[in-house]
Ligand binder design. Structure first.
Ligand SMILES: Cc1ncc(COP(=O)(O)O)c(C=O)c1O
Length: 334
């Protein structure tokens, strides 16, 4: 296969049956490997789709300066896409950004605008958005991607993973279990699959401590899923169950994934695996379950795959769940 550019390598990701990890379960669990995308994550899809559609309809002029408030996968994906499309890109980040991500964005040629002042909530979200708005006011030609409200976010997954799943699977799945942050991935895939499989049950996986579904906020460290505000794109009525998974449970499941399946994945992949383990344990019958694994493990070497960090998260887990017996409910660290 010869591609005209690395962007043509976005998508077309394989689906893997997790038959080793779920060997003792009556459920069939399959995972679409979004971590195989060239920029390292599922966010390559909205980055490419939003920029290319925007260039095609003129909402992103060909000399635009693209800006987004993101310190993670979307910023990396946009830096890659903008590099190839000849656009300037600035990621608005805060001091919590990982040094690795900062360096990756710069390697792709992206600029960094780092806010330093905390907002009224004690976080940086409002300050980052204010910084974006100031750039829009002061620098003509600046275009804001705004992934939390951009309809092209979910549409990229509808035409992307949604279409590919229907092409690759010969029969319906019972459950779609996906992590949520902007909700673009979940809504895009679920809307496409439901057109073909109306009985599909959609389960959202949220980070414990995230406010997406109305729970009170508390500290969480893993990036990827969860949010500190409710996105404009989120439609609660299109989602069935919500399963909350904390940082410790996510990291343990990541370690099980690499141990049993040889898949070295990021924190939110562990979150969906932990949620599926919980779902399988309470189902009275076997089921066919599909998830996606959003990003690779390298960006999490200092967290998920670091034993000191894991032990801090274990202490925090026990503090919030004093009744939990670690051995019986979530297994042991690999
Ligand atoms: C690693 C990872 N997993 C899951 C998600 C959730 O995707 P969405 O924003 O489409 O809900 C994200 C989004 O940033 C992510 O980076």
């Amino acid at each position: 296969m010869i591609l005209d550019s690395i962007l043509d390598g976005v998508g077309g990701t394989p689906i893997v049956r997790l038959s080793r990890l779920f060997r003792d379960s009556p459920c069939e669990v399959m995972a679409k490997m979004e971590l195989c995308n060239p920029g390292g994550s599922v966010k390559d899809r909205p980055a490419r789709y939003i920029v290319e559609r925007g260039l095609a309809d003129g909402s992103i002029p060909c000399d635009a300066h693209v800006v987004e408030s993101s310190s993670g996968n979307l910023a990396i994906a946009l830096a890659m896409v903008c590099r190839l499309r000849g656009l300037r890109f600035t990621a608005v980040v805060d001091p919590k950004i990982s040094p690795t991500n900062l360096r990756i964005i710069r390697c792709y040629g992206g600029n960094i605008e780092q806010v330093t002042e905390k907002d009224r909530q004690g976080g940086y979200l409002e300050t980052r958005i204010e910084c974006v708005k100031q750039m829009l006011r002061e620098r003509p030609g600046t275009v804001w991607i705004n992934q939390y409200a951009n309809e092209r976010n979910w549409q990229s997954h509808y035409h992307g993973e949604g279409e590919e799943i229907l092409r690759d699977l010969d029969r319906p799945v019972d459950y779609l279990v996906l992590g949520v942050s902007t909700s673009g991935t979940l809504h895009g895939i679920a809307r496409r699959l439901r057109e073909a499989w109306p009985q599909l049950k959609v389960v959202a996986v949220n980070a414990a401590g995230s406010v997406l579904f109305g729970a009170p906020p508390y500290p969480r460290e893993l990036p990827g899923i969860g949010a500190s505000r409710v996105p404009e794109l989120l439609r609660r009525d299109e989602i069935g169950d919500v399963i909350h998974v904390n940082d410790y449970e996510s990291a343990l499941a990541c370690r099980e994934l690499v141990k049993h399946e040889g898949i070295f994945a990021g924190g939110s992949s562990g979150s969906v695996i932990a949620a599926i383990q919980r779902l399988c344990a309470r189902l009275p019958h076997s089921a066919r379950i599909l998830t996606i694994l959003p990003d690779r493990g390298e960006r999490y070497l200092d967290t998920v795959y670091n034993d000191e960090w894991l032990s801090r998260m274990r202490d925090r887990h026990l503090e919030h769940n004093p009744e939990t017996s670690l051995n019986s409910t979530i297994g042991q660290a690999a």
